[in-house]
Design a protein around this ligand. Structure first.
Ligand SMILES: Cc1cc2nc3c(=O)[nH]c(=O)nc-3n(C[C@H](O)[C@H](O)[C@H](O)COP(=O)(O)OP(=O)(O)OC[C@H]3O[C@@H](n4cnc5c(N)ncnc54)[C@H](O)[C@@H]3O)c2cc1C
Length: 509
């Protein structure tokens, strides 16, 4: 972890929160020539931004809630983001089994027509009808037809990390494991108090951006001692992970009797991820976890659709997150708007401004950041033009195709297994050479912790991607967490403790 200089530096923008919205804004602002500081109290993406359904999608069901602005923007963003980060984002076909008692075919076809035409679409294929043969189909035999359309799947936590890396490369200072404990306006600047394991320090900033996700309103009330301009609805969503339910790389979108939809999505080669739920959440966002009701609900929806019948015993893992949604006073948690609202506040015109982010989706983070910059333009009239639409994220530079990169890795690194080459190519893209550059064989990669994770990659993640502990590496950066045994995790923890000690000694020297 890096610490800022002891002197009270004044940044143009200080961002609170290292989820997708915070890093997206930090990156956009840094690229426009502003000096930027971002603090994250835990690891990057350790909360909502790693607990998503991992889709870059227009949101077919939001059409039913008449969220046309959001759907149009999100649909267009699919291809923009796909081009920016083809290693961590991939097109995916979605199959919606037809359940005539829930939604008539004409309604779904109309929705899909809008979905195909509302946003710009060049690479993603359009929708079509499908029929299922009882013998081959993984679905229950009463489901004989359905619809198919395109969206994209993303490695959500890596999308956050790549944006943070790009922000840093443009001069932003990103500090993790560092909480902003309070901030006060002092005339035209903010004085921010930060706390981490090493102690406390202060920074100054001309503008404060509150991208604290589920903590956005709490941060305003408790740490800034101000009134929040909007209410926030915390809506929990959970997923279960089970062994692969069916072959192939398509996802299913299942309609449930309560009018909600639930996805079954291929996950990490060996698994299927089933989710999500929508329930009001009143607890501390740090502590969110799946409830027995949610587990039963997801198993029921899956069993209503698939031949393979699941029970709790089949669940390999679960994860839950809290959507920080802007309160639109909707009665139904599933219907609360998924759109974002940015609130700019100043008590007097000469006061340092506060920009708070309410709601949002992974899919629309880049547009949200552009919109944040429009709000800040009047305070920084000299800032550069929007730039993120065309800019590649780290790892997408010089990347002809992920398949070619996999072959290149296999040719250059003797003894590497295909699964590891695929994982490296998808996680790091062309940046994989940052830690493989001088390597000709897996035997040169240092200690092997299991499942293709070697010391050289771990060192890279600590030095270049803010990783501190085994969760940072296994859950959010390599997604190897489902493979590692407790003993293997212990070995990795031990190595990390020694590595941090070595780095500390180097810093002192
Ligand atoms: C179940 C579920 C499924 C979803 N699926 C999708 C999907 O498929 N596609 C999609 O586009 N979107 C999806 N979303 C929405 C998307 O995940 C969220 O909109 C997005 O991740 C919110 O990001 P954020 O940066 O606002 O919040 P977060 O990711 O929670 O980041 C906020 C960060 O602020 C930090 N923080 C808070 N207070 C402080 C402080 N005082 N000092 C320092 N740091 C602080 C927190 O530690 C946290 O890391 C889903 C959400 C959920 C819950």
């Amino acid at each position: 972890m890096t610490n800022p200089n002891e002197t009270l530096k004044c940044y143009d923008v200080a961002v609170i929160g290292g989820g997708i919205n915070g890093v997206g804004i930090a990156n956009d602002a840094a690229g426009r020539g502003l000096s930027v500081f971002l603090c994250e109290k835990d690891d990057l993406a350790s909360h909502t931004s790693s607990a998503s359904s991992k889709l870059i999608h227009g949101g077919l069901r939001y059409l039913e809630h008449k969220e046309f602005r959001l759907v149009r923007e999100a649909l267009a963003e699919r291809e923009v983001l796909l081009a920016k980060a083809p290693h961590i984002i991939r097109p995916m076909r979605f199959i919606m089994p037809h359940r005539p008692h829930l939604r008539p075919a004409w309604l779904i076809r109309t929705g899909l027509f809008f979905y195909d035409h509302l946003g710009k679409r060049e690479k993603l294929a359009g929708s079509n009808n499908v029929t299922f043969q009882p013998v081959d189909s993984p679905l229950n035999k009463d489901i004989t037809r359905g619809f198919e359309y395109s969206d994209c799947a993303v490695d959500d936590s890596r999308l956050v990390i790549l944006n943070a890396m790009q922000a840093r490369e443009q001069g932003a200072q990103i500090v993790t494991q560092t909480r902003c404990i309070s901030a006060q306006r002092m005339d035209s600047v903010w004085i921010l108090d930060m706390e981490n394991q090493q102690g406390r320090f202060q920074i100054q900033a001309k503008v404060l951006v509150n991208a604290a996700g589920p903590w956005v309103a709490q941060f305003i009330r408790e740490d800034l001692k101000l009134q929040s301009p909007y209410g926030i609805r915390l809506i929990q969503g959970s997923h279960i992970i089970v062994p692969k339910l069916y072959e192939g790389d398509k996802a299913f979108i299942m309609q449930n009797d309560d009018q909600r939809i639930v996805f079954a999505i291929p996950y990490l080669e060996k698994y299927t991820m089933i989710g999500t739920t929508d329930r009001e959440y009143a607890g501390e966002p740090n502590k969110v976890e799946i409830s027995a009701d949610e587990t039963a609900y997801l198993l029921d929806v899956s069993n209503d659709h698939f031949k393979t019948q699941l029970s709790e015993m089949d669940i390999v893992s679960t994860f839950s997150g809290v959507r920080p949604l802007c309160d639109d006073e909707s009665d139904n948690p599933a219907a609360v708007t998924r759109d974002y609202t940015l609130a700019l506040s100043q008590e007097n015109v000469s006061d340092a401004p506060l920009l708070s982010v309410f709601g949002g989706k992974l899919t629309t983070y880049r547009k949200l950041a552009e919109s944040a910059m429009e709000h800040l333009q009047k305070f920084f009239p000299e800032i550069k033009q929007p730039w993120t639409e065309q800019a590649l994220l780290p790892g997408a530079e010089n990347l002809r195709s992920v398949d070619e990169l996999i072959t290149e890795i296999e040719n250059k690194i003797k003894g590497v297994d295909t699964g590891t080459a695929q994982r490296w190519a998808h996680a790091y893209g062309s940046r994989v050479w940052s830690f493989l550059k001088h390597t000709g064989s897996v035997h040169e990669l240092g200690q092997h912790f299991g499942h293709g994770l070697y010391a050289q990659e771990v060192d890279y993640l600590v030095d270049a991607e803010w990783a501190v502990d085994s969760d940072d590496i296994l859950k959010r950066r390599s997604k190897l967490y489902l493979e590692f045994s407790l003993d293997e995790i212990l070995l990795l923890d031990q190595y990390l403790a020694e590595l941090h000690e070595r780095r500390l000694q180097q810093d002192v020297a």
